[in-house]
Design a protein. Structure first.
Length: 486
């Protein structure tokens, strides 16, 4: 919380709940009522609140320290409060900066209206980063303005703490992999995940069949050092032999026996192979009772996912690269997956991801959540997970990043406690940035904090663009064009 933030959170929370009740809190999912958001509170806290309507005055971006390939957005307002959002891991900060001119002067409490204005500038994968970072920051601001946590504005919570699943760095030796996963259990995690790539099949004699690399483009000649071409899975020509399948099965069997059969163990990163070989591998892994098989083929091949799900008995999961609920709908309607897996920093933000979870539940599908970001993105995901009924588990991709907990304040430390994150009760996301710690880490990496930590972004203040997707009559513009023609 910033030093100049109003100290009326408790009064605003009481006023909000007394005025609206839980039903209106659910109605506030799309942003608080416009008239209410534009007007000062009629409670005694009015004296503590500026009479000028809340408006966005600035947007800036900061880089996070090494180990977290993310950027944080800060949106400032004329009331002296700021909101934070996260640009997904690996995405360009330009995705957010290019949107600055489109939100200056807007009331951030109108979250859904702003999101509908901006969502045309998002896309699947990392291309959604800017739109979602702004959406998250607006929820943070709305919560701080009204003195309520984000989960309350999403309709209330179904749980007081959110189960985390721990992704674990892979290792070719199953004994070592088992040891690493057991260590996660000892840390308190009750849901685990590992990678099962085609590298494991390469370790077998004649484990893979694939087109030999073309030496004319500098590719290595060795069959064991193949790098899958950057095309979707059906076009690589890579296939797994029976020897390769046996090697992978032996690896997973030894890991499962080491970690135990009582804990959910999910699997990811299988490699670029077509659906036929994905089915072969899925059937090979069925005996090990895995929690799910993740992203075995690209998410947009819905008919292939139907074949895959019908071809094995292990739950099938995908979704971390899908933007908006419309991208999930074909998978839901055709029952192509058992579990959806949105990454909130791609799927559309807090509200859109809750909508995705609700839509999945209507089709009998659970929702886990992908998350490979900083504590800011983590907390945005926690609020959404708390407010979504069919939520299963949330990923923590940086369990071993030692400075992870140093980057935020306002929540109990450690952030993950016994495999769970307690849901914050503070306004907005319930956190503030530890600016001193972030600056110190950036400087230690040889970066100038003045350039890496929320530098001015004035060059993006006046970008102009005609963003509409349809034609409309603009009489002033028409007169101007007519005058030019004459």
């Amino acid at each position: 919380m910033l030093p100049n933030q109003p100290t009326h959170s408790a009064m605003n929370r009481r006023h909000f709940l007394n005025l609206t009740g839980l039903g209106a809190a659910v109605g506030a999912v799309g942003g608080l009522d416009s008239a209410a958001a534009e007007s000062p509170s009629p409670t005694p806290s009015r004296a503590l609140r500026p009479t000028e309507p809340l408006r966005i005055t600035d947007l800036r971006v900061a880089r996070m320290p090494t180990g977290l390939t993310t950027h944080i957005v800060r949106i400032d307002t004329n009331h002296g409060i700021s909101g934070y959002g996260e640009i997904r891991d690996g995405a360009s900060p330009t995705y957010a900066l290019m949107l600055k001119r489109r939100i200056l002067g807007e009331n951030p409490c109108n979250v859904d209206r702003l999101f509908r204005k901006l969502k045309q500038f998002g896309g699947h994968g990392r291309q959604a980063g800017g739109v979602v970072a702004i959406e998250m920051a607006c929820w943070d601001l709305a919560g701080k303005h009204w003195g309520v946590p984000c989960w309350q504005m999403l309709g209330g919570r179904f749980r007081d703490r959110v189960r985390m699943y721990a992704d674990t760095p892979t290792h070719p030796d199953p004994e070592e992999m088992g040891r690493r996963l057991r260590a996660r259990r000892e840390q308190g995690f009750t849901f685990l995940k590992m990678d099962i790539g085609i590298d494991l099949a390469r370790g077998a004699e004649d484990g893979l069949t694939y087109p030999a690399p073309d030496p004319s483009d500098g590719s290595p000649r060795s069959r064991r050092s193949i790098t899958p071409p950057m095309v979707p899975h059906p076009f690589t020509g890579i296939r797994i032999t029976d020897q390769g399948l046996e090697r992978i099965a032996d690896y997973v069997r030894r890991v499962r026996e080491a970690v135990g059969w009582d804990v959910p163990l999910a699997a990811d990163h299988f490699g670029h192979m077509g659906v036929e070989d994905a089915i072969k591998l899925a059937r090979t892994l069925d005996p090990f009772n895995l929690a799910w098989l993740e992203d075995m083929i690209p998410w947009f091949y819905t008919d292939q996912y139907v074949r895959l799900r019908n071809g094995c008995s292990t739950p099938i999961l995908t979704g971390e690269d899908i933007y908006l609920k419309e991208g999930f709908l074909p998978l839901f309607e055709q029952k192509a997956i058992a579990i959806c897996h949105p990454d909130l920093m791609t799927s559309g933000g807090l509200l859109e991801t809750k909508k995705i979870g609700d839509l999945a539940m209507e089709h009998g599908i659970a929702m886990a959540m992908h998350m490979a970001g900083s504590p800011v993105g983590l907390m945005g995901s926690v609020h959404c997970a708390a407010a979504t009924e069919n939520f299963l588990a949330l990923e923590h991709h940086d369990v071993d990043t030692t400075h992870y907990d140093d980057l935020i304040e306002g929540v109990p430390k450690p952030i993950v406690q016994g495999g769970y994150v307690p849901v914050p009760d503070g306004p907005g996301l319930g956190i503030s940035l530890n600016e001193e710690a972030i600056r110190e880490h950036l400087a230690h990496e040889g970066l100038d904090p003045a350039e890496a930590f929320f530098p001015p972004s004035d060059r993006w203040n006046n970008e102009r663009s005609w963003d509409r997707h349809w034609s409309r009559l603009d009489r002033k513009a028409s007169r101007t064009r007519a005058a030019r023609l004459t």
